[in-house]
Design a protein around this ligand. Sequence first.
Ligand code: BG6
Length: 236
Amino acid sequence: MDWSNYDAALFDLDGVLTPTAEVHMRAWAEMFTEFLEGEDGQAPYTDDDYFRYVDGKPRYDGVRSFLESRGIELPEGDPSDAPTERTVCGLGNRKDAAFKKVLERDGVDPYPGSRRLIESLRDRGVSMAVVSSSRNAPDVLDAAGIADFFPVVVSGAVAEDRHLAGKPAPDTFLFAAQQVQSEPSRAVVLEDALSGVAAGRAGRFGLVVGVDRGAGGEALTENGADTVVGDLEELL
Ligand SMILES: O=P(O)(O)OC[C@H]1O[C@@H](O)[C@H](O)[C@@H](O)[C@@H]1O
């Protein structure tokens, strides 16, 4: 790929730089499967539910969006809710406890192809930022040993502090572009989630790269990817 047309690369984290999308996915499945077992007349939770309603969105938006798809209404609760509470926040926190447990136990390495791409972009002087819906983004970057590549990290916590709407809204990516002093038209968005490529399209970025880690090339293209790759190595 010819990077000379671009000044900045805005990376999603989970599933783009590190294989943590799978950890999130498994933690959501564990939580929602158990939750649905206690609900009458509900079909089991599937991977398709994850890709359509949960993937890439801020924690409680993911819970809300899935429950709405099943016609289930729960009180919102509060982010301080215990993981045992039957609320949107309680369910989100239950999933978060499962995610943190796996991250602490297993650690995480970046995808080798992703590491090679960020090394090469750093050498070329392309500005880089991470734009992740996850509040765990700084911990994941540290655990993977790649935090130093990214002077700008727009995590779920930053988005909340700055009142930025989450993906699929483009706000977090636009904020990151501003922070690295790049015009959106000169910035590349790299995303594995349908909500993420949709955010890239909505922000009119120079290029939206879909990384297919399970969402499917066709679905990524339909939702906003200009091009789809299987691994970031293909963008060297
Ligand atoms: O609950 P967290 O760690 O703040 O993360 C929210 C979301 O962050 C995204 O990066 C993941 O793709 C989602 O699966 C996850 O649900």
